[in-house]
Each structure stands twice: as structure tokens, then as C-alpha cells.
Design a binder for this molecule. Structure first.
Ligand code: RIB
Ligand code: CA
Length: 316
């Protein structure tokens, strides 16, 4: 079993990544750290807790992450893409829990100390909470086995500005910090996740096999996401599963991704290029090594993706 801790900003594609992690027989989800991003921090944490409850896995802790980026700016949320509550048409019932009281990084650190060298961190939201964890406990964070990051766009337009992808743009200071400091780092950027499409036909197939409340939520939230994407990218054949791609990358599924090793810089200055992810793709530049060097996904095999996702999400 591969132990993972998911750092998310629990909106729609985060939810699919979370559902996949819960259903995968070789993944042991140890905790979810849920911060601001697609929606505000408290909704994001509540959504993660709601999905865990649907799955009957209230034993998995939800740790509330950051409410805003390291710059201190007020974040912008995306209700038009992820819905007013962050889960498309779903309004999770009001929870008796106050998620604002759960900012409990000691739970995160305890898990890493209990399983040194065994836990994979998968960050599929803004990098703020992960960067804060590194600021608070760098020696403990070094106990993680490796880190997978959904973020950036290399040799490809951004999705929130012409040049920047939403997770890196939402906190470029934190994104750059993680890229420079997290050892054994793999980045799954937009240029790879744009091929990770779930078409309406595939979603209908998954729904036709849905037997649990967790599986039955997939179609309504992805139908909402598809409508939103039709506005964003008219004619797109399905919804890009950015966050699911990063969780799948952590499984090292043969043939799913192609990678190149590059030193990565995220533009963290305020201005036109904020959040731009930069690496040297000129021919003849040798692969990098050591600190600040990441494995960047350059391509994804859509066939391998689809076969695997259908297998996992339709399991009874
Ligand atoms: O750019 C895609 C990323 O931004 C995904 O993680 C999505 O959930 C949003 O956070
Ligand atoms: Ca996300």
C-alpha cells in the first residue's frame, strides 16, 4: 500500500482525485489538508470531510489549511467553475463541526514521524499549506518519501492567465518555495493534465456502475464541471482531471506519463507573468540533478489514463 497525504482545495476535480484515492486498492489515504483555492478554506475543508463521510471514512483526518496566500492578498474563488459551495450542484449538509478549529498541523507532523520515508505528499491545490508546513517543520517534512504537485504549464498557455496555471498563480510565492525546496519532486502540469479528459460518455458509464453514495456523486459534479468547461473552452470533449492526474502519477502507473528533469522557477513577482512556470526546454540542455530539480510531466497517455480511471471508479 502506498501511503499518501492529499493537500487540496476541495473543488470538483479535487473531489474526483479524493474519490479515486479512496477507492484505489493500493492507496492508503492518511489525511487530507484542505485550504483555500477553488473555494474558501472552510468550504474546502467541509467538502473534504463530506466526501470522507460519504465514503464511511471519517477515520481519515481533515486538517484545515491556509485561508490566503503567503502574499497576504485576499484570494479570488471560482464558483462559476466549481459551484457556490465548491462541489457543483451539491450543497453538503451543514456540519456540526467547526472546521476553523481544525488547523492541526501536529496531526500532519505526527503521521510523518510515525511513518518516516513512507508517505507520499500529493498537492493538488495552492501550495500555501504545504509551504507553511515546510516553514513550520522542515526536518519533519523531510521525512516524506516524495512530493507530487499539480501545477504549472510548460510550453503551453495557462488557464487563469495567458501564462499561468491556477494553482501556481493562486500562490506563486508558495509554489516557487515548494519547487526549490521539496526533495524528490514531480510536477504534473497543465500540458499533461489537459489530455486527462473524462467525456460525458465515460461519466455516464461510471454512473451506470455507481452503487455507493460516493460513486453516485461523480456524475452530478462532473456534469456541472462540463457545463463550466464548455464556457471556458467551447467544444472541449470532456472535463480535464488535473488533480486526479497527480494522484495517478503517485502510483507510477507504467506508460502513463513521460517526464523530463528540469530546474523549475515560478515567477513570484507581482505583474503580468505572475505564476508563470519556467524551465529550460532548449535542445541540448542536460537533465538536472539535486535540490531545486523536479521531474516534469511532458505528456500523458490518454488511453492508459482512461482504462485505469474506469477500472478504479467503477469498482463495487
Ligand atoms: O489548474 C488546475 C488546478 O486549479 C486544479 O487543481 C483545480 O482544482 C484548481 O485548483
Ligand atoms: Ca485543486
Amino acid at each position: 500500500m502506498k501511503k499518501i497525504i492529499l493537500f487540496a482545495d476541495t473543488g470538483i476535480d479535487d473531489a474526483i482525485a479524493l474519490i479515486y484515492a479512496l477507492k484505489h486498492p493500493h492507496l492508503d489515504l492518511m489525511a487530507v489538508v484542505s485550504g483555500f483555492g477553488n473555494t474558501d478554506r472552510d468550504r474546502s475543508a467541509r467538502n473534504a470531510a463530506y466526501l470522507l463521510k460519504l465514503a464511511g471514512r471519517t477515520d481519515i483526518p481533515v486538517i484545515t489549511g491556509s485561508k490566503r496566500p503567503l502574499s497576504g492578498e485576499t484570494p479570488i474563488f471560482f464558483p462559476e467553475i466549481h459551484g457556490a459551495e465548491g462541489l457543483g450542484p451539491i450543497s453538503p449538509p451543514a456540519s456540526p463541526e467547526r472546521f476553523s478549529t481544525r488547523t492541526n498541523f501536529s496531526t500532519l507532523f505526527r503521521l510523518l514521524k510515525q511513518h518516516p520515508g513512507e508517505i507520499t505528499i500529493v498537492n493538488v491545490g495552492r501550495c500555501t499549506s504545504l509551504a507553511i508546513a515546510w516553514y513550520l517543520g522542515p526536518d519533519v517534512m523531510k521525512l516524506a518519501k516524495n512530493t507530487y504537485l499539480m501545477g504549472g504549464a510548460f510550453l503551453e498557455p495557462g488557464n487563469v492567465t495567458e501564462v499561468a496555471e491556477a494553482n501556481f498563480h493562486g500562490d506563486p510565492i508558495a509554489a516557487d518555495f515548494v519547487c526549490q525546496n521539496a526533495p524528490n519532486l514531480t510536477i504534473i502540469p497543465l500540458n499533461a493534465t489537459r489530455n486527462a479528459l473524462l467525456t460525458p460518455a465515460l461519466v455516464d458509464f461510471i454512473d451506470s456502475r455507481a452503487v455507493s453514495p460516493l460513486q453516485q456523486i461523480i456524475k452530478p459534479i462532473l456534469d456541472f464541471y462540463y457545463e463550466a468547461y464548455q464556457e471556458l473552452e467551447p467544444g472541449i470533449e470532456g472535463t480535464p482531471q488535473h488533480d486526479l492526474s497527480a494522484v495517478m502519477a503517485a502510483l507510477e502507473i507504467p506508460g502513463l506519463f513521460s517526464y523530463m528533469r528540469k530546474k523549475v522557477k515560478v515567477e513570484d513577482k507581482d505583474g503580468y507573468a505572475t505564476g508563470l512556470s519556467i524551465a529550460d526546454f532548449r535542445p541540448g540542455v542536460p537533465p538536472c540533478d539535486g535540490a531545486g530539480c523536479a521531474r516534469i510531466a511532458t505528456e500523458m497517455d490518454a488511453g492508459v489514463f482512461t482504462t485505469n480511471v474506469l477500472d478504479i471508479l467503477t469498482r463495487g
